[in-house]
Write a protein that binds this ligand. Structure first.
Ligand code: ADP
Ligand code: MG
Length: 617
């Protein structure tokens, strides 16, 4: 008997591979868009005819290819993106399998035009069913254009299998959304049968989401930001009342790649627990950044499923970050969070000679210090309703409207307002008496030399942080006693973490009457911490501890102060009246390090008149 095993000819192997990579026109769209992104394009055009059955074309202004590369790009396993198997674990590109172009060329008519910026002339190649029909020198702009015509021309069964134009176009649009959402900094245009469906400029993430899903989307987005050693999260979740019956607005991107993950999706559902009606799904647009070493993308030909080394941790972090954002949102309706790029001035206060204001405030003044302001104590025994200054909310961080027991406990009398009046009188920052709030996010004031813009959330974090730190280190804090003990349930591991921080927590004003396996009972809270916030604060704290890998610099005190400041600080979107604004400004400049938030981000920027003048040139 003769041997019967043969090696398949290349064009057959390519067709088989194509079956995996190219299921429908949308798959071609995905592969071509990804190639354009890998080529570092900044502008990408997608042109479709008859839902991709007649034409899928992608034109980019990326780096283009040399003559040899252009030819090689259609060979199977021909890729410029990885060189060895190790590279699979540090992928920064979308592609790496070197299969897409070869597969597509096996089942369609493909014309490629490409030119590098360093070359005078480009290359054009025509391929039909893996056979090169022509290769020419060609005049073409820098970048690459790949046109894929008559998809599945040589596999009628597949062609017949395609759905209606409406359905295929929807698949294409879905792919386009995914790629465009993952890359807001790239401009995309999308045409179908000659009409423009999308034209997305280079923009920020919020703008991109709104551009794609419509202007009404803007008001429903709640920002989610979290940064830990293993995972960075940024993006948005939809407010619960805007949840949808479909899952059409659920997007996870891992290192800028759209992925499907039922497991991580579950963590979002868990965070929304109790907030959604039956059968409704939360919207989310979340970008996760992880070390490429900790994921495996190579488990699925279309690369939409990936494997994480430590899914459980990601699950927990994600859930807690989303929960936290929702918590914040419930307290303070959010108007607009996103850093508006129009507010980003090129002015960097650090590098300027006109520089940050010299803060010559009354250093002795400390609104938190017990000896300078005798009134800064809660009247614990009588709970009398002392006249409440509206800026008290600056101290409590959160307004607890409509909660009787909370208001009772926030009757705190501070003496500091008489003192703060004088702060700017002898200070060299001469603010006008009037400050105003911008976008319910910034407090704007004038300086002799220009303008001062304070980030209200970061500024308040700084104020609270120094306050907590002081209380913890001097081991003395006033606490407000609760009429009814507060019982909270946590997992044993969480209880363990709280136990470890117990004495620090007590120094901020927490009083624990019980800390056992089943849960904790709290009978006293730090002054100004509303009861309704306690579980959010503790959950935040637990997740901060879990995510902060203890090292030599680890300080639980610092972490606690940071975490509480983060939980309690005035949120963006909270409107402040003038007294509150001025009080915050004064408290900030009474801090030891007013320039930065506890996480080292600038609390304010200044803009010199010179710079403003320059803008008018
Ligand atoms: P992969 O993207 O997995 O490397 P492809 O078959 O999609 O495989 O592409 C093969 C190669 O062709 C790429 O590695 C890249 O070098 C080149 N290439 C493909 N598309 C473009 C493009 N739009 N611009 C520049 N180079 C491209
Ligand atoms: Mg590719």
């Amino acid at each position: 008997m003769t041997d019967i095993i043969q090696l398949l000819p290349d064009h057959v192997a390519n067709q088989i591979a194509a079956g995996e990579v190219v299921q429908r026109p949308a798959s071609v769209v995905k592969e071509l868009l990804e190639n354009a992104i890998d080529a570092e394009a900044t502008e990408i055009k997608l042109i479709i005819k008859n839902a991709g059955k007649t034409l899928v074309q992608v034109i980019d202004n990326g780096k283009g290819m040399s003559v040899t590369d252009a030819r090689l790009s259609f060979e199977r396993h021909a890729t410029s993106k990885i060189k060895s198997a190790e590279d699979l674990f540090q992928l920064n590109t979308k592609g790496f399998r070197g299969e897409a172009l070869a597969s597509i060329a096996a089942i369609a008519h493909v014309s490629l035009k490409t030119k590098r910026s360093s070359d005078e002339l480009g290359t054009s190649i025509e391929i039909e069913g893996s056979t090169v029909k022509s290769q020419d020198v060609s005049v073409t702009p820098t970048g690459t254009s790949v046109a894929v015509k008559n998809l599945f021309f040589n596999i009628p069964a597949r062609r017949n299998f395609l759905k209606s134009d409406t359905v295929e176009l929807r698949h294409i649009t879905d792919e386009f959304h995914r790629v465009a959402l993952a890359h807001p900094n790239i401009g995309f245009a999308f045409y179908h049968n000659g009409s423009e469906l999308f034209n997305l400029p280079n923009e920020n993430y919020r703008q991109r989401v709104v551009h794609i899903f419509g202007a009404k989307t803007n008001e429903k987005l709640v920002p989610v930001e979290e940064e830990t050693e293993v995972l960075k999260i940024s993006g948005f979740v939809g407010k619960p009342e805007y949840s949808k019956k479909t899952r059409s607005e659920q997007f996870f991107f891992v290192n800028n790649r759209f992925i499907k993950s039922p497991y991580l999706n579950h963590s979002i559902s868990a965070a929304f627990e109790g907030l959604l009606k039956d059968g409704y799904h939360a919207s989310y647009f979340l970008n996760l950044t992880v070390d490429p070493k900790t994921i495996d993308i190579n488990i699925h030909p279309t690369k939409t499923e990936i494997k994480f080394d430590d899914e459980h941790t990601l699950y927990a972090i994600l859930r807690s970050a989303v929960k936290h954002s929702l918590g914040q949102f419930n307290i303070a309706p959010i108007l607009d969070f996103e850093h508006q790029s129009s507010l980003n001035t090129p002015y960097k206060y650090k590098d300027k000679t006109v520089t940050a204001p010299i803060i010559d405030v009354n250093r002795g003044f400390n609104p938190f210090s017990d000896n300078t302001d005798v009134g800064n104590k809660i009247n614990r025994t009588s709970f009398t309703k002392a006249p409440t200054a509206s800026w008290e909310s600056l101290y409590v961080g959160l307004e607890s409207k409509g909660n009787a027991s909370d208001t009772e406990f926030s009757e705190v009398t501070f003496e500091s307002d008489t003192k703060t009046e004088s702060i700017f009188e002898d200070a060299s920052i001469e603010t006008t008496k009037t400050t105003f709030q911008l976008q319910q996010k910034y407090i704007v004031s004038t300086l002799k030399s220009g303008m001062l813009i304070i980030d209200q959330n970061r500024a308040h974090q700084r104020v609270l942080y120094e306050n907590f730190l002081k209380h913890i280190t001097i081991k003395e804090a006033t606490s407000q006693q609760l009429l009814f003990p507060l019982q909270l349930h946590f997992t044993p591991n969480e209880i363990h973490i709280i136990d470890g921080l117990k004495s620090d927590l007590e120094h901020t004003g927490f009083v624990f009457s019980e800390l056992s396996e089943d849960g904790i009972t709290i009978t006293g809270l730090p002054v100004g911490v509303p009861e309704s916030e306690v579980s959010i604060i503790l959950e935040q704290l637990i997740s901060d501890v879990e995510n902060d890998v203890p090292d030599a610099n680890f300080s639980s005190t610092d972490l606690l102060a940071k975490s509480m400041a983060k939980s309690l600080a005035i949120k963006n979107g909270q409107s402040l009246n003038n007294t509150e604004q001025e009080h915050l400004v004064n408290s900030l400049f009474a801090c030891k390090e007013p320039n930065v938030s506890p996480t080292n981000r600038p609390t304010f920027i200044t803009m010199a008149v010179n710079d403003i003048e320059k803008k008018f040139v």
